[in-house]
Design a binder for this molecule. Structure first.
Ligand SMILES: N[C@@H](CCC(=O)N[C@@H](CS)C(=O)NCC(=O)O)C(=O)O
Length: 206
């Protein structure tokens, strides 16, 4: 399989963490890609010109990280990382949606912050920041209640997405100090960061 890949993308990282946890790392060939360059070869596969985009062995193309993750999870015989039914499934998918939503707000914030000051909307930046803060507060409550999967045991896509969102915060927004007042989440992430799948997918130094 070919994965249109960008080492700094947290959505790509989510796919790679799942692939490594599922023992599929060797089956994925990473194709370095600059999605914002509107490369014809990427657009041919994904009209949105985004990574991750996966070209399966039979030529089927899949995109959007939740879709790619669910597909990869169907290719192995180990415990499912995207639970297939019941409360476990909806909890994992809801957590993934929350973590992806935090990422979406962070990416919007990053792009807005890169615009010239006179074009930048402080209201928009503040609104995206509030989404991130509320999302992190909700995750702190889950960590405090010990509801998140044990960072040393089997994970689901929910915890994988959360780890990638927190990793992106450290990577692009190190000054935010998201750990302040969120000790349970910080401790959970410190432990989760010891997993080889998380360590081996860390973004390059900013
Ligand atoms: N919802 C998508 C988001 C993917 C996404 O936004 N990827 C970014 C890289 S971090 C991208 O390709 N951006 C290119 C662009 O928006 O032009 C997913 O989960 O895969």
């Amino acid at each position: 399989m070919l994965l249109r890949f960008l080492a700094t993308s947290p959505y790509v990282r989510k796919v790679m963490v799942l692939a490594l946890e599922a023992g599929l790392g060797d089956r994925i060939e990473k194709v370095p890609t600059s999605p914002q360059a509107d490369e014809d070869s990427l657009i041919e596969h994904n009209p949105l010109s985004k990574v991750p985009t996966l070209v399966c062995d039979d030529g089927t193309v899949l995109y959007d990280s939740p879709v790619v993750c669910e597909y990869l999870d169907s290719l192995h015989d180990g415990p499912r990382l995207v639970p297939t039914e019941g409360k476990a499934r909806w909890t994992a998918l809801r957590r993934q949606a929350l973590a992806d939503g935090i990422l979406d707000a962070l990416v919007l914030r990053r792009y807005e912050g890169m615009r010239p000051a006179e074009l930048r909307s402080e209201d928009w930046l503040a609104s995206q920041t509030r989404k991130v803060e509320r999302g992190l507060d909700a995750l702190e409550k889950e960590a405090e209640a010990k509801a998140l999967a044990d960072p040393y045991g089997p994970l689901t896509i929910g915890e994988i997405a959360i780890a990638c969102a927190l990793g992106y915060l450290d990577f692009r927004f190190a000054d935010d100090d998201w750990r302040h007042n969120r000790p349970a989440l910080a401790s959970w992430f410190d432990d989760a960061s010891q997993r080889p799948s998380i360590k081996n997918t860390a973004p390059p130094a900013a």
